[in-house]
Design a protein around this ligand. Structure first.
Ligand SMILES: Nc1nc2c([nH]c(=O)n2[C@@H]2O[C@H](COP(=O)(O)OP(=O)(O)OP(=O)(O)O)[C@@H](O)[C@H]2O)c(=O)[nH]1
Ligand SMILES: [Mg+2]
Length: 322
């Protein structure tokens, strides 16, 4: 028996196919959390590295060998009868043909359909991590002709951005809402999601995909402002704000500043070490923001981040990049 005070170390995998679907397995009815869907995986054995445990479990349960994998999220969850530390990896290439080697049903599922499945309680943040991309664009302030702003947005989306926060603190309400409508249309054309950095009530009015709460709104809310069909994200700067974002049921957070930025010279920064400590302890996916760009994505993944969030590094016109 496991000592009740111990954390049971588990590795699990979000295995993706070339069509972007993820592989689920159904837990046998007699096991812990039986009958629910899960990401294939199992207990780490003594002396095993996480990568070794991942390769062994995927071979035992699915008959595949991971060829390209990276950390996705680490979540600790206390069930009434056991406490698990789930190290979830994203597997983007593998050899072999996956099948339920232990007789368990397996199924390829599109990420957007995951919310309809029933998972163990620990899996809510994992499902969000699977559904979220590795970069989150925060728009620069619109200035002048909105057509220039929309052209830039289109350029970022063409470059692969799939999640956008419309941040335009300087615009009056009517102009913000008009721009939001146009930005949503632009995002739709690329299959991307748009979150409003504004009052949650605006989201349904313009048909956005969710809300991004700044620190002030996060502090003022006692509960999640929108239902689970929408994304709810929050800007955090320390453990207290992250705890608040989790407590009100946010889907993910952005934690900053990781590194010094041109917009806040001399401001104290977390550094990657400080970031990793907070992101690891968080129970929701966390993006790294502040002085980081797409080139930092692998490093972010090595520090418990979902990926990077950026204004400058994702928003500059391509021609202006060196
Ligand atoms: N594999 C997997 N386990 C999960 C998930 N979510 C979750 O809470 N768990 C919990 O993590 C633990 C995983 O153990 P497991 O039963 O898969 O272990 P295993 O493959 O080594 O099984 P075995 O001990 O029967 O050989 C269980 O307590 C399970 O409830 C998930 O998505 N995937
Ligand atoms: Mg298992």
């Amino acid at each position: 028996m496991t000592d009740a005070t111990d954390w049971l170390r588990v590795v699990a995998a979000a295995v993706f196919d070339d069509a972007g679907r993820v592989l689920l397995a159904r837990r046998p009815a007699h096991l812990h959390q039986g009958g629910l869907w899960e990401f294939p995986g199992g207990k780490v054995e003594p002396g095993e590295s996480l990568e070794q445990a991942l390769a062994r479990e995927l071979e035992e349960e699915l008959g595949i060998l991971p060829r390209r994998s990276r950390p996705l999220i680490r979540i600790r969850h206390a069930y009434p009868d056991r406490r698990v530390e789930l190290d979830v990896w994203r597997v983007d290439a593998f050899s072999g043909e996956p099948h339920g080697r232990e007789g368990q049903p397996v199924e390829w599922v599109a990420p957007e359909e995951l919310p309809e499945r029933e998972f163990p309680a620990a899996n809510r943040p994992i499902v969000n991590a699977v559904r979220l991309p590795d970069r989150y664009l925060v728009t620069g302030e619109p200035a002048g002709d909105p057509r220039r702003f929309l052209a830039r947005l289109d350029q970022a989306l063409t470059g692969g951005v799939r999640l956008v926060q419309l941040r335009a603190k300087g615009l009056p309400e009517a102009e913000y809402l008009r721009l939001a409508g146009q930005a949503i249309e632009c995002c739709r054309q690329h299959g991307a999601r748009l979150l409003l950095n504004g009052p949650p009530g605006w989201v349904e009015r313009v048909g956005a995909d969710g809300v991004h709460l700044d620190s002030r709104r996060l502090a003022s809310l006692g509960q999640r402002p929108l239902d689970s069909r929408y994304w709810v994200a929050a800007s955090c700067h320390d453990a207290r704000e992250l705890a608040r974002a989790e407590a009100i049921g946010c889907d993910f957070a952005v934690l900053s500043p990781v590194l010094p930025t041109a917009s806040h010279p001399g401001a104290p920064t977390l550094g990657w070490g400080g970031f990793a400590e907070l992101a690891d302890a968080a129970r929701i996916p966390v993006y790294a923001l502040g002085g980081v760009g797409p080139a930092d994505i692998p490093r972010a993944h090595g520090h418990y981040a979902q990926g990077i969030a950026a204004i400058r590094a994702l928003w500059e016109p391509v021609s202006a990049r060196s």
